[in-house]
Design a protein around this ligand. Structure first.
Ligand SMILES: NC(=O)C1=CN([C@@H]2O[C@H](COP(=O)(O)OP(=O)(O)OC[C@H]3O[C@@H](n4cnc5c(N)ncnc54)[C@H](OP(=O)(O)O)[C@@H]3O)[C@@H](O)[C@H]2O)C=CC1
Ligand SMILES: O=C1O[C@H](COP(=O)(O)O)[C@@H](O)[C@H](O)[C@H]1O
Length: 569
């Protein structure tokens, strides 16, 4: 969708050049009308007094805007120009090697970041000589579909785009040398001073976010405001509870404006999560059904078939609620439950998510089941008396017109019988059902996030044949079959691209984060104080039996004798 926007400064009559803002999801270079540097500078000098002409429903209307921070304004209108430096802090770590660099490689291979105007810097304390960073990450750079033959060559070229700088996270010296390296690169590209883009990816433990942000702010910012920018990406967990999250937000908020901060939740980058809004709001079919009149209960489930896998020390400090439910599953809940936003603008979408979060009622202790898998404390980094849950299920209730009375059953667990993440929307019984005696199950709409991405609708149908008998079947949109050969991008690829393009729709805003912590903090504190205890469960099981009982009590009716099997080609 292309939206034409004219910008006027001071008054509508004092027209500035018309800027056509093309779909931000097209490669940057395809923007049809660029505004030149001179024009841009003139416009920015005057931006304090702006009115904006917006084309909507075939009519121009004037939107008066309060002074807007340069960053958000630029995000909206300025074509991306200037060289781009991507700085991965914590480059020696697990996330960087498994997710960040592989995502950057795929973006590079697909042409979204190009060697002529992008350079990547790795930064960490570890002394990593010469090309050793490349050797560490090479094995994680998997071939892109369709480019298998040139893979080795591609990797070699990609690794040439990375420079490693070693330094501490809280010293001027380290960040000055990082800045020097970035500036040298920018100068080598004859970049107009300040028009360069600097993206800092904090692949670091949150404890070092504040000093790192301070150092970036003091020594590594893009030097002026001529169309360039400085953005930071921060990983979860953002705090351990409401107070610590707010403290972290304030510390970072003093250094960077909200439009510069990208709080990443990689579930928001998953293909099927990104499809949720489209499915809900672009299909007439769902509009009248998506409410308390028709839906009995909704389950949002995350299961892993492995334990903490060498991350026991980290995990024990957080537990499954902070690791998965408070962020990944809650973000999914927002997209399932929110009202239709005014538009797809990031602020409109995030406004609706916040409203849902603020409508969640306090969690009842009686609607929580916690578990810990047997053998969890064998990990030497986990205390023997750990009270940390590795499994949790709980019922969230949304107090609003659409969802009153519909339980949202959240479930997450490690070391279970299978690995999958899905949303299961279970509908109510058919009123006055004339096939009741043969009935096999309720209608369900299932969105399988992973693995085997799919959406399927469980229906009761006539069993083919002469007899009038019914059976359970499904309308099935399995991605592997329907989109055979299509590459589904990794969540991190998509989200890093969004940060480069300045699109914050799929990132967590500060007030969202606060509202999310408000929901879980009382429960988490009870667990931390040992007032609620996890039940033991066997690794490789479904988790504690009490969890299934809770779901049943909340209203979930399991379908017996039917199981969906992902179709194969
Ligand atoms: N790993 C994963 O799969 C995921 C991680 N995350 C999040 O991403 C971030 C990074 O995770 P991950 O890469 O696993 O973390 P690591 O423990 O691997 O830490 C990353 C780097 O940070 C430095 N570091 C580690 N501990 C400290 C410390 N106490 N003080 C200062 N520096 C330290 C180390 O670099 P050096 O010593 O060389 O400076 C290390 O290589 C975290 O916020 C994590 O929660 C989110 C989702 C998944
Ligand atoms: O953030 C995290 O997510 C992973 C699961 O991610 P997925 O994309 O593989 O579903 C989880 O294993 C980890 O504990 C958690 O920190």
């Amino acid at each position: 969708m292309t939206v034409a926007v004219a910008v006027a400064v001071g008054s509508v009559l004092e027209r500035m050049p018309t800027v056509a803002v093309a779909d931000r999801h097209l490669p940057i270079t395809t923007n049809p009308h660029r505004i030149d540097d001179r024009e841009l500078r003139r416009w920015k000098l005057k931006r304090e007094r702006e009115s904006v002409l917006v084309m909507g429903s075939g009519q121009w209307t004037v939107e008066q805007r309060a002074p807007i921070k340069a960053e958000s304004l630029l995000n909206e209108y300025v074509p991306e120009i200037g060289c781009l430096s991507i700085i991965v802090l914590g480059a020696s770590g697990d996330l960087a090697k498994k997710k960040t660099f592989p995502a950057l490689f795929h973006l590079y291979r697909q042409g979204f970041i190009q060697s002529q105007d992008v350079y990547i810097f790795g930064y960490a304390r570890s002394a990593i000589p010469g090309n050793d960073l490349g050797s560490r990450i090479r094995g994680y750079l998997t071939p892109c579909k369709g480019f298998e033959q040139t893979h080795e060559e591609d990797v070699t070229k990609f690794l040439q785009l990375i420079k490693y700088v070693s330094g501490a996270y809280d010293t001027e010296e380290g960040f000055r040398s990082l800045d020097k390296a970035i500036s040298e690169y920018e100068q080598s590209k004859n970049s107009t001073q300040g028009s360069s883009r600097r993206l800092f990816y904090l692949a670091l433990p949150p404890s070092v976010y504040p000093p790192v942000c301070k150092m970036i702010r003091s020594y590594c910012m893009n030097k002026s405001d001529l169309g360039g920018w400085t953005r930071i990406v921060v990983e979860k967990p953002f705090g351990r509870d409401l107070a610590s999250a707010e403290e972290l937000s304030s510390e970072i908020g003093e250094l960077f404006e909200e439009p510069q901060i990208y709080r990443i939740d990689h579930y928001l980058g998953k293909e099927l999560v990104q499809n949720l809004m489209v499915t809900r709001f672009a299909n007439r079919l769902f509009l009248p059904l998506w409410n308390r009149d028709n839906i009995s209960n909704i389950q949002i489930v995350f299961r892993e078939d492995f334990g903490t896998d060498g991350r026991g020390g980290y995990f024990d400090h957080y537990g499954i609620i902070r690791d998965i439910i408070q962020n990944h599953l809650l973000q999914v809940l927002c997209l399932v439950a929110m009202e239709k936003p005014v538009s797809l603008k990031p602020e409109h979408v995030r406004d609706e998510k916040v409203k849902v979060l603020q409508s969640v009622l306090p969690i009842e202790d009686s609607e929580v089941v916690l578990g810990q898998y047997e053998g969890y404390t064998d990990d030497p980094t986990v205390p023997d008396n750990s009270n940390t849950p590795t499994f949790a299920t709980m019922v969230l209730r949304i107090h609003n017109e659409r969802w009153e009375g519909v339980p949202f059953i959240m479930k997450a667990g490690k070391a279970l019988s299978s690995r999958k993440a899905e949303i299961r929307v279970q509908f109510k019984e058919v009123p006055g059902d004339i096939y009741k005696c043969q009935k096999q199950g309720r209608n369900e709409f299932v969105i399988r996030l992973q693995p085997s991405e799919a959406m399927y609708m469980k229906l009761t149908v006539k069993q083919p044949g002469l007899e009038m008998t019914t059976s359970q079947s499904e309308l099935d949109l399995s991605y592997g079959q329907r989109y055979h050969g299509t590459i589904i991008p990794e969540a991190y690829e998509r989200l890093i691209l969004d940060t480069i393009r300045g699109d914050q729709q799929h990132f967590v805003r500060r007030d969202e984060l606060k509202a999310a912590w408000e929901i879980f903090t009382p429960l988490l504190h009870k667990i931390d104080r040992g007032e609620m205890k996890p039940l033991p469960y066997k690794p490789g099981s479904r988790g504690p039996e009490e969890a299934d009982k809770l779901a049943e009590k909340a209203g979930y009716v399991q379908t017996h004798g039917y199981i969906w099997i992902p179709p194969t080609l």
